[in-house]
Design a binder for this molecule. Structure first.
Ligand SMILES: [Mg+2]
Length: 253
């Protein structure tokens, strides 16, 4: 075999590693090595916000509240049955953008989220991963569709506020800018003076992937079950972990 053939083989192997789905450990390691700035989606990667406090019930309560005000017709049956508070909020905002009604609905959701922080379940390995990543010199931010007040309260309760402060970018009154819009991601990059390619976004939903792609930020999927993993892969995520443990191991190296 000539040295040229050997070289070609090596390049082919390298290419296979970059694109092959059978080589996720290497892809994960590369994602982590290249990340100077780590942008965390909150509900999912950091904690399960509604672990003891169902998001479905919150969505139902918001829909009932609209009905009690004679605004039943504001939602389609599909929207009412979505059982997703953010989906519901966006739907109302599309019909009455920037209205007092939307502001009140958003505040009600924030209050529900604040109540949920008390029973939120920390994602396994998230706390040590956050501390380790900070200790090795990476800078962290939260980019979330939840209220920033909720994120600050949760992080303070875990003693993790200093790992992120002041970089918490959450829901604003501009509901059309929720993810999949890259607004919160771009706010974080601008505030941190970071180029998109030097960042990494960790998220657990296709909307996180879409926001990362729109901002040009590499994406790491976190899926706590197979259903969520499939949703992420179907949306085009190439690196998806079902635990943050291998991420922690890789950051420690
Ligand atoms: Mg999430």
């Amino acid at each position: 075999m000539t040295s040229e053939t050997k070289q070609t083989d090596a390049v082919t192997a390298e290419k296979r590693n970059e694109t092959g789905t059978d080589d996720e450990p290497n892809a994960l390691r590369r994602l982590i090595e290249d990340a100077r700035v780590v942008l965390w989606d909150f509900d999912g990667p950091v904690c399960r916000l509604f672990a003891g406090h169902s998001a479905e019930r919150v969505a139902n309560d918001l829909a009932s509240w609209l009905e009690s005000r004679g605004l039943h017709g504001l939602l389609t049956d599909t929207e009412r049955e979505s059982l997703d508070p953010h989906f519901l909020l966006r739907a109302v905002d599309r019909r009455h953008p920037g209205s007092d009604l939307v502001a009140e609905l958003e505040e009600r959701l924030t209050q529900e989220e604040l109540r949920a922080t008390a029973s939120a379940m920390p994602t396994p390995y998230a706390d040590p991963l956050i501390r380790t990543w900070t200790a090795v010199g990476s800078r962290l931010a939260v980019t979330t569709n939840n209220s920033p007040r909720v994120v600050r309260e949760y992080l303070a309760s875990r003693g993790l506020g200093a790992c992120f402060a002041p970089h918490i970018y959450g829901r604003t009154q501009e509901l059309s800018l929720l993810k999949p819009d890259p607004h919160c991601v771009n706010r974080a990059l601008n505030a941190m003076g970071a180029a998109p390619a030097t960042a990494l976004l960790i998220g657990d939903a296709p909307t996180d992937l879409l926001a990362a792609q729109a901002a040009g930020v590499p994406f790491l999927g976190y899926a706590r079950n197979e259903r969520k993993g499939k949703l992420l892969r179907d949306a085009g995520a190439t690196v998806v972990v079902d635990s943050l443990e291998p991420v922690l191991r890789s950051v420690r190296h």
